[in-house]
Write a protein that binds this ligand. Structure first.
Ligand code: PEP
Length: 244
């Protein structure tokens, strides 16, 4: 269960979140939990979660380790903060910042080289779903991106299926719709990396996951977890999702 805070919260607000959140998930051992705050809050989050089962992640990284790349942050820099995870290829990065499947692959390789655990996002836009293009879009994103990893590297990533039309809109994919997409992604993984990799890969669903819909989504065997935006900003709400 991963929280994507997007561009929300200061360090002080980050500290306050964990003060409220950690006691609510202290007994939650059924899943891995991670919070991905803005870069500047990572040290506060790492300090707050030290000795707990809650991990911390970044929301992006650049694929070079260092250099004249004003405004960018590298994998080794993130790793040095004590963060463990990194979200890659979120649809907001694709939509507003020109992220492509090729740069998703570059970032994923860089994350793995730095010892980070990538959560790689894929998902179709509304017009693509309405044109029955969902599976074709997922195949394009997979084949143009993370299919370029070697099998050993692929085994270390988590995929997040996030239909763009469901992100931040309050419109959730039905559990059946999400499961269908997850099956399609798993088939792509199986075709490229074999049956064992297809069975093992963890696929999170993301898109308006809330305390009141998480249980039905998680009832689908195909759905291995959730990537949560808005509902991860409040301690009680994200704890309810973790403890579905
Ligand atoms: C996200 O940011 O990855 C996301 C799924 O957002 P929300 O839960 O707000 O739709």
């Amino acid at each position: 269960m991963a929280g994507n805070w997007k561009m929300y919260k200061t360090p002080a607000e980050t500290k306050a979140f964990f003060d409220g959140f950690l006691p609510l998930v202290a007994e939650s051992k059924h899943c891995e939990v991670a919070i991905c705050p803005p870069f500047v809050n990572i040290p506060t989050a790492v300090e707050a979660t030290r000795g707990t089962r809650v991990g911390v992640g970044a929301q992006n990284l650049y694929w070079k380790n260092e250099g004249a790349f004003t405004g960018e942050i590298s994998g080794p820099m993130i790793k040095a903060t004590g963060a463990e995870w990194v979200i890659i290829g979120h649809s907001e990065r694709r939509q507003y910042f020109g992220e492509t499947d090729a740069t998703v692959l570059d970032r994923t390789k860089a994350a793995l080289a730095a010892g980070l655990r990538p959560i790689v996002c894929v998902g179709e836009r509304l017009e693509e779903r309405e044109a029955s293009q969902t599976e074709a879009v997922l195949a394009e994103q997979f084949n143009g991106g993370i299919a370029g990893l070697d099998a050993e590297s692929f085994a270390k990533i988590v995929i997040a299926y996030e239909p763009v039309w469901a992100i931040g809109t309050g419109k959730t994919a039905t559990p059946d719709m999400a499961a269908d997409a997850h099956r399609a992604i798993r088939a792509l993984v199986t075709a490229k990396f074999g049956a064992e990799a297809g069975a093992a890969v963890r696929i999170l669903y993301g898109g308006s996951v809330k305390p009141d819909n998480v249980k039905n989504l998680m009832a689908q065997p195909e759905i291995d977890g959730a990537l949560v935006g808005g509902a991860s900003l409040e301690a009680g709400s994200f704890a309810s999702i973790v403890n579905f």
